[in-house]
Design a protein around this ligand. Structure first.
Ligand code: LIP
Length: 265
């Protein structure tokens, strides 16, 4: 049974509450795909409304905590030692295209350290949760990273830049290097779920450049509590900005790091 502190319970309750209207919106999208205006504005609205709802719910239970969110940026709280890091819809493009692979991601930071995180896909009802020192869970089932030691049998996830984002040549070169050394790569489109899937042993590792702290914060604690190693591309595991992420089990992490650092563009 998962250990759930009062703080984690508050985060779970907020995500479940915000998840219900999000499922309705996701259903509505089917009609909007064919409308002239298209679903873009609708999704922006769903994103903003979900973040607002999460902030309202979390503030009721933890008044004074600060926030940093994808939509609203940073909100200073009276309590300077705590803040929630929120992504209302991680995997927005999937949501927009009617692909049920997106998540509400909430992390709790205490004195600059991520101490708890949840990643919730409201469509599949998958709830990943972790609290520092108390393990990682998926719907109450304890999670552990995969135990593979050989790169050639590993399945990896990554994120790729799209139009308007830098790093296309590097992404192609890194992808080629990993394709030539592993059992394959998936690009599922939601960084938080990619990290959760590594924690669950579904993927053997994941890497991406240039994401944001709200994409990765909950995944950081989940990965570590599942026995994984998370670093940036210098190999640093502490004080991560959450923007350049490489994670895997302790055997695969150094091999993947070496492979990706060897890529030149
Ligand atoms: C997205 C990620 C995705 C990544 C994109 C983007 P959003 O987050 O989860 O995997 O490749 O760069 O950051 O914008 O849907 O919250």
């Amino acid at each position: 049974m998962a250990y759930q502190s009062p703080a984690l319970n508050v985060m779970i309750a907020a995500a479940r509450k915000a998840g219900r209207p999000l499922i309705r919106d996701f259903g509505e999208l089917e009609n909007l795909q064919i409308s002239l205006k298209g679903p873009g504005d609708f999704v922006t609205h769903a994103d903003q409304r979900t973040e607002k709802l999460l902030i309202e719910e979390l503030s009721k239970a933890r008044p004074g905590y600060g926030f940093v969110g994808e939509e609203g940026g940073a909100i200073e709280g009276k309590d300077k030692s705590h803040r929630f890091i929120i992504d209302p819809i991680d995997g927005t493009s999937n949501f927009l295209h009617g692909i049920p692979h997106f998540a509400i991601s909430i992390a709790l930071e205490r004195e600059g350290q991520i101490v708890a995180g949840i990643i919730f896909n409201p469509v599949t009802d998958d709830l990943f949760m972790a609290e520092k020192g108390h393990g990682a869970f998926l719907n109450n089932k304890r999670l552990r990273v995969a135990s593979r030691k050989d790169l050639t049998s590993c399945l990896f996830a990554t994120g790729l830049p799209f139009i308007g984002r830098p790093g296309h040549a590097r992404a192609m070169a890194e992808t080629a290097a990993v394709l030539g050394a592993s059992a394959g790569i998936r690009r599922f489109g939601a960084a938080s779920l990619d990290m959760a899937y590594v924690a669950a042993g579904r993927f053997d590792g994941y890497w991406e450049h240039g994401i944001k702290i709200w994409d990765s914060a909950a995944g950081l604690v989940l990965l570590r509590e599942a026995g994984g190693v998370v670093s940036d591309f210098t190999g640093r595991t502490d004080g991560l900005s959450g923007q350049d992420i490489l994670c895997a089990n302790e055997h695969i992490h150094p091999q993947l790091l070496k492979l990706l650092r060897g890529v030149t563009v």
